[in-house]
Design a protein around this ligand. Structure first.
Ligand SMILES: [Mg+2]
Length: 187
């Protein structure tokens, strides 16, 4: 029985905003590594500069963020049903808090990249489950990207893909709006 829902933030809670291609180009990130892995591979001066660029993109996205359709309704329904919620984002903590404050959202657990190893590692997902006091069979993760899927797989929990019109990956189950999640989960 599902007793907790873990959400990705960028593109899942919020409308996709960050131009990842432009960001990768600006910091000259090579393909085949996550942005954070790439930044961590740089020497100290370059790392500081690239981290600054990344945070500029992230903070600007947080300031301009808009909620995806159905977010408030879904969170309200989950609260009424006693289903716990967690936000697990690869974003920085300041931008995460800015999004939460801007839109007046609250989750039982909020974890950003300052809290552990980012997705596709399962680390943050497992930490969220521990803080929610829930087991594998009691949670589901909703996200819009491959890292969310891979983190779910590593954590051994089900994954629901939120598909955007330009989403290339495929997965079952998938939804095109968070408004479809409640009936999918049988709430
Ligand atoms: Mg995302």
């Amino acid at each position: 029985m599902i007793r907790g829902v873990i959400f990705d933030m960028d593109g899942t809670i919020t409308v996709p905003y960050i131009d990842w291609k432009a960001l990768r180009a600006e910091i000259r990130a090579r393909e085949g590594s996550t942005l954070i892995e790439y930044i961590e591979s740089l020497d100290a001066d370059e790392r500081k500069w690239a981290t600054g660029v990344l945070e500029r993109f992230e903070n600007e996205a947080a300031m301009h963020s808009e909620l995806n359709d159905g977010v408030r309704e879904l969170l309200n329904l989950l609260k009424i049903r006693g289903i716990k919620t967690a936000l697990v984002t690869n974003n920085n903590g300041q931008s995460m808090r800015l999004v939460l404050e801007k839109h007046g959202l609250s989750f039982n657990v909020n974890l950003s990249r300052e809290d552990g190893r980012i997705k596709p590692s399962a680390d943050l997902v497992l930490k969220a489950m521990a803080q929610l006091d829930l087991d594998r069979e009691e949670v589901v993760l909703i996200g819009d990207g491959r890292y969310d899927l891979w983190a779910s797989e590593e954590a051994g929990i089900p994954f629901i893909l939120l598909r955007h019109p330009d989403t290339e990956m495929d997965h079952h189950p998938a939804v095109t709006s968070l408004g479809e999640v409640a009936s999918l989960l049988g709430f």
